[in-house]
Design a protein around this ligand. Structure first.
Ligand code: AMP
Length: 226
């Protein structure tokens, strides 16, 4: 693919996979911007709905707080809705979805209705010890969801987002006990998806433990290389 825009002239779907803390959010946001695709992050959508106290937010809250997955049907409904919005016309980078086999099957059905399929799955590989370290010092923008780290990627001004000036906060599910639970749930439920997409010849592994810019370039190369 040429850099700058999605060039396949159809609905492009790239899945960004990896454990919590691998850098999916940061990379998906950058890559979506570079390729002119929507950034569809189910975790961000759940947090927004919770902050606005919508019906979806109420349904998701108890799961998100415990580090458990929101039920598949609720999650699939959310993704269907988001993919029908105007900024997703050319397609999307999926960040944090699908996370279960049922969600992956649901995604295939949903895309089939549009005559589309998953184009590529990028797996961000980061050693486990590094994940726990990253999640510990993570700060997130309340407004635009940009992610910082107090040691590895600090904002220019403490507590203020470089991108939009929004306030930075620490996600309540980034506490050590919930981080541990999120890593466990990931290994039980999401790791099997890696095998599924690998068997389908769609998976490409990218090292996620390099600098954010190096990872972005590696992801773009991996996507362009279909
Ligand atoms: P994330 O921001 O991707 O780490 O997601 C934060 C939390 O939102 C997760 O721990 C889950 O509780 C919920 N969540 C996000 N995406 C999904 C998904 N695809 N399926 C189920 N729950 C999800």
């Amino acid at each position: 693919m040429e850099s700058g825009q999605a060039s396949r002239g159809q609905f492009v779907i790239v899945i960004m996979m990896g454990p919590p803390g691998a850098g999916k959010g940061t990379q998906a946001q950058r890559v979506a911007e570079r390729l002119g695709l929507a950034h569809l992050a189910t975790g961000d959508l759940f947090r927004e709905a919770m902050a606005r106290h919508t019906e979806l937010g109420r349904q998701a809250e108890s799961y998100v707080k415990r580090g458990e997955y929101v039920p598949d049907q609720i999650t699939l409904g959310l993704v269907r809705e988001r993919l029908s919005q105007p900024d997703a016309q050319a397609g999307a980078i999926l960040d944090g979805f699908p996370r279960t086999l049922e969600q992956a099957r649901g995604l295939d059905r949903l895309l089939a209705e549009k005559g589309a399929t998953v184009d590529k799955v990028v797996y961000l590989d980061v050693p486990e010890a590094e994940l726990a370290r990253r999640l510990g010092g993570r700060w997130t923008c309340r407004r635009c969801q940009a992610v910082y780290h107090e040691v590895f990627n600090p904002p220019k001004t403490p507590s203020v987002c470089d991108v939009c000036g929004g306030e930075l906060y620490q996600r309540p599910d980034d506490t050590p006990a919930v981080v541990q639970r999120r890593l466990e749930v990931y290994h039980q439920q999401t790791a099997p998806l890696v095998q599924r997409y690998d068997a389908a010849g769609l998976l490409v592994r990218v090292r996620g433990d390099l600098s954010p810019d190096e990872v972005t370039e590696a992801v773009l190369r991996a996507i362009g290389d279909w």
